[in-house]
Design a protein. Structure first.
Length: 294
């Protein structure tokens, strides 16, 4: 436990805290080969860190990260958390992230083990000091010079609660437009894509059935069935019943609205707000914004 110094201009608060922790770790344990970057609201299961180190050593990875099991108990968590993970996996396909020959890079900020020499060679976290989506920015920084790996786990869990819709809304709206690089055309493409993939199928099924349009109804029903089947593995991961899969279009509608609201907040000068600070159009990037531990 260390006392943090005043925030230095040009840094986001989270990365400035991480930088101080990394510097202190280097001072106390200069021989350490790895750094564990984690959030304070993560409970790691026995052997998780050892398994990450073994993974990094066996495969020569410079960064290994786990998307921990998020809390999924309240109604809003059951409705929105599994889809959050599902959409993240579509945005950053894990096989692509883990392929050293592809450029796609991502990490989950709640649990990242990084080889210290690789981080130093990449310029340290100061190279991404103004990023909002820090985990994916760190992954891209490291992968540009080495190899990374991202996976799922149930052995480590998040203790952060999202009992109300407003809590999930703030979490997503804080950086969703940042993820789109503040581009209106990307926002338009996202809205259209979510509408076509997740909202149009149930609409076609319902209105096609009411209007007697069998082709539209069947097409909508088949598309809805496909998205439901694809979503089932994520529901099994979270121990939720298959019935929740039929609520995926509703979750998609809410996440689309959160993304639009994120753009609205940005244009009102309230984008990137966290813990009393507004970072505005910082250069990029996601992480779950918990307190950080090194």
């Amino acid at each position: 436990m260390i006392d943090g110094g005043p925030l230095v201009p040009g840094w986001t608060g989270k990365l400035w805290a991480m930088n101080q922790g990394i510097a202190e770790a280097a001072r106390r344990w200069p021989e350490a080969r790895y750094l564990l970057l984690t959030d304070a609201d993560i409970e790691h299961g026995p052997g998780v860190v050892a398994a990450l180190i073994a993974k990094a050593e066996a495969e020569g990875r410079d960064l290994v990260s786990l998307m921990v099991l998020l809390r999924c108990r309240s109604f809003w968590e059951r409705l929105l958390i599994p889809p959050f993970v599902f959409f993240f996996e579509k945005l950053y396909p894990f096989p692509w992230v883990n392929d050293p020959h592809r450029t796609e890079a991502a990490a989950a900020g709640g649990c990242m083990l990084v080889r210290r020499l690789a981080l130093e060679r990449a310029g340290g976290v100061s190279a991404i000091r103004d990023r909002l989506i820090d985990d994916c920015a760190l992954a891209a920084l490291v992968k540009a010079r080495g190899s990374i790996w991202l996976g799922l786990t149930t052995a480590s869990v998040s203790l952060r609660t999202y009992d109300r819709l407003s809590e999930v809304w703030r979490m997503v709206a804080r950086t969703a437009y940042t993820q789109l690089d503040y581009r209106p055309i990307s926002l338009l493409g996202t809205v259209l894509g979510m509408t076509v993939l997740y909202l149009a199928p149930p609409a076609a099924l319902v209105f096609g059935g009411l209007a007697g349009d069998g082709v539209a109804a069947v097409a909508g029903g088949l598309a809805w069935a496909v998205m439901t089947v694809l979503f089932l593995p994520t529901l099994r991961l979270y121990g939720r019943s298959a019935g929740w899969a039929f609520a995926l279009p509703l979750a998609a509608l809410l996440y689309t609205a959160m993304t639009v609201d994120s753009a609205r907040r940005h244009h009102l000068g309230r984008g990137g707000a966290w813990k009393g600070r507004t970072y505005g159009a910082a250069r990029t990037a996601a992480g779950d914004a918990g307190e950080d531990v090194v």
